[in-house]
Design a protein around this ligand. Structure first.
Ligand code: GLN
Length: 486
C-alpha cells in the first residue's frame, strides 16, 4: 500500500470504508510524520495529538456502529485564525498568545460534524496579513518543495501541511488571495469560495467584507469534499447566504465540452515570470483540446484592485483589531491605568505589518479623508465587480495565473512591503468582487517550483470551477508530483 500520509482524502475514505484502514492508524501515521518533519517545515503552531487520537478512536467506534459520515476519520489541519474550542488560537500574533476560544468556528464545527479529525493549528501571517507566513509572530513556514522558499501566505501553514503530507487536507482563509496563492506555491487544489458561501462565524475577522474560509487539498475532488462539509447558511453569520448547496462531488463529470473560458488580457503582464505565462497558456490550449472554447476578455479595472484592496482591507482591519486591548483577550501588559495598558499591550502585542495596516486603515477612515479614500475605494470596488459581471455574461469561467512569480526566497520581500503587496496582484480582484476561485497546479518552473492557475467563477458557481479544475486535473499529472521530503 502507498504510504498512508500520501493518500488523498478520497482514497483514504475508500480504505476506511472497506475496513482496510482505521482512523487511528491513519491519524497516528500523520502524527508520527508531523513529529518527524514539522521541525523542518514549521507548518503547525499547535499539534493536538491526544485529542486527535481520541477523535480517531471515536470515529472508528462510530464506523463499527454503522456510521459513514462524509469525512469520518480524515485528519485535517486548521489555520490558526479559525477559532477552535479549548485549543489555543493565536492568529499568528503575540497579542492572542494563550487565548483559548470557548467555541468552534462554524467551518471547524462542520468538519468535525462530518467526521473530520483535527490534527492541530496551522501557522499563518499575523491576522492573515501577508503573502509568505513571514509575518507570523512565531515562526516562518517553509515551502516543502524547497525549504529555502516561502510556502505563500497567509495560509502558508495549511498549504505546507497538506503538501508535506502532514494533513490530508486543511482549512485556510482568503481575504485577498491567502488560499489560492499558497495553493499555487505548494501545488494544491485550493478554493476560495464565494463570499457568503461558508460561514465566517469564528473566523477571526481581518477584512469582514472579504474574509472567506475554504479548503486546501491534494486533489480537486478532495477540495470538493471539504467544501461540501463546510458550505451553507449559518444563522450565526448574517452574511452567509441561504442558498441550496449542490452536490459538489457529483458535479465532477470530467467534461468541459462547450464550456466558454474567458482569458483576461490584464492578467498576462510585463514583469511576470515567463514560465508562468507559458504554463497557463499551455493549460488553456489543453482545455481547448478537450472541447472548451477560449474567449479573449477584458477586465479593464484590474489595475485598481491593488490600491483599492489596500485601502478597504486595512480600513476594516483597523476597526476589527480595535478589540485587542489586553482586557478581553490574550495577555495584558498592566500599566496600572487604562490608556497606558492599552498602549503597552498593543505596542508589544502587534507586529510591524499589523501596526502598519491599523495606521493606514485609521487614516483612511478619519474625518476629512473618509470620502477621498474609503468612499472612493468602495466606488471603484463596484467597477471591479461590474467588470466580472460583464465578463460572466459571455463566459462560464475565467482562467488566469494565480501569482506573478513562483515561490520566492525567504527574506526576499520582507524589507519592501509594496513588493510583498504586488504578490497579490492577480488574486485581489476576485476577492473584491466576492466571486469564487480555485487554484490548480498547471506546471513547474525550471527550479522545480509549482505553478498554479486560478479558475474564477461567478458568485456561488463553485460547482462549475470545481468541475473545470477536476477535468483538467484528471487529464494532467501535475497534481501527482510530491515534494521530496523524508
Ligand atoms: N496577501 C494579502 C494581504 O496581505 C491577502 C491576505 C489574505 O488573503 N488573508 O492582505
Amino acid at each position: 500500500m502507498t504510504q498512508l500520509t500520501a493518500l488523498t482524502i478520497t482514497e483514504a475514505l475508500k480504505l476506511l470504508r472497506a475496513r482496510q484502514l482505521s482512523a487511528l492508524e491513519l491519524t497516528n501515521a500523520y502524527l508520527e510524520r508531523i513529529e518527524r518533519l514539522n521541525p523542518q517545515v514549521q507548518a503547525y503552531l499547535t499539534v493536538t495529538a491526544d485529542v486527535a487520537r481520541q477523535q480517531a478512536q471515536a470515529a472508528d467506534q462510530a464506523r463499527a456502529n454503522g456510521a459513514d459520515d462524509p469525512l469520518l476519520g480524515i485528519p485535517l489541519a486548521i489555520k490558526d485564525v479559525l477559532s477552535t474550542r479549548d485549543v489555543e488560537t493565536t492568529c499568528g500574533s503575540k497579542i492572542l498568545k494563550g487565548y483559548q476560544p470557548l467555541f468552534d468556528a462554524t467551518s471547524v464545527n462542520r468538519l468535525k460534524q462530518a467526521g473530520g479529525i483535527v490534527l492541530g493549528k496551522a501557522n499563518c501571517d499575523e491576522f492573515a496579513m501577508g503573502s509568505s507566513t513571514e509575518n507570523s509572530a512565531y515562526t516562518t513556514t517553509r515551502n516543502p518543495w524547497n525549504l529555502e522558499r516561502v510556502p505563500g501566505g497567509s495560509s502558508g501553514g495549511s498549504a505546507a501541511a497538506v503538501s508535506a503530507g502532514l494533513a490530508a487536507g486543511a482549512l485556510g482563509t482568503d481575504t485577498g488571495g491567502s488560499i489560492r496563492q499558497p495553493g499555487a506555491f505548494c501545488a494544491l487544489a485550493a478554493l476560495k469560495p464565494s463570499y457568503g458561501r461558508v460561514s465566517r462565524y469564528g473566523l477571526v475577522a481581518f477584512g469582514s467584507s472579504l474574509d472567506c474560509a475554504g479548503p486546501l487539498a491534494r486533489t480537486v475532488e478532495d477540495a470538493a469534499r471539504l467544501l461540501q462539509a463546510i458550505a451553507g447558511h449559518d444563522p450565526l453569520d448574517s452574511t452567509s447566504m441561504n442558498l441550496p448547496v449542490p452536490d459538489y462531488v457529483a458535479g465532477l463529470t470530467g467534461e468541459v465540452k462547450g464550456l466558454r473560458i474567458g482569458v483576461p488580457e490584464q492578467y498576462f503582464i510585463d514583469g511576470m515570470q515567463a514560465e508562468i505565462e507559458g504554463a497557463v497558456r499551455a493549460a488553456l490550449s489543453h482545455l481547448e483540446g478537450m472541447g472548451a472554447t477560449l474567449v479573449p476578455i477584458s477586465l479593464p479595472h484590474t489595475e485598481y484592485s491593488l490600491p483599492v484592496y489596500y485601502i478597504i482591507a486595512p480600513a476594516e482591519a483597523s476597526t476589527n483589531l480595535a478589540r485587542y486591548d489586553g482586557i478581553r483577550f490574550g495577555p495584558k501588559i498592566d500599566k496600572g491605568d487604562m490608556w497606558p495598558t492599552y498602549k503597552a499591550t498593543r505596542g508589544q502585542g502587534f507586529g510591524a505589518e499589523v501596526k502598519r495596516r491599523i495606521m493606514l486603515g485609521t487614516y483612511a477612515l478619519s474625518a476629512g479623508y473618509y470620502d477621498a479614500y474609503y468612499g472612493k475605494a468602495q466606488a471603484v470596488r463596484t467597477l471591479i465587480k461590474q467588470d466580472f459581471d460583464q465578463a460572466f455574461a459571455q463566459v462560464d469561467v475565467i482562467i488566469a495565473p494565480t501569482t506573478p512569480s513562483t515561490a520566492f526566497r525567504i527574506g526576499d520581500n520582507t524589507s519592501d512591503p509594496l513588493k510583498m503587496y504586488l504578490e497579490d496582484v492577480f488574486t485581489l480582484p476576485a476577492s473584491l468582487a466576492g466571486i469564487c476561485g480555485l487554484n490548480v497546479p498547471c506546471g513547474f518552473d525550471q527550479q522545480g517550483l509549482p505553478i498554479g492557475m486560478q479558475i474564477l467563477g461567478k458568485a456561488f458557481s463553485e460547482e462549475v470551477v470545481l468541475r473545470v479544475g477536476h477535468a483538467y486535473e484528471q487529464s494532467t499529472a501535475w497534481h501527482q508530483r510530491q515534494p521530496a521530503l523524508g
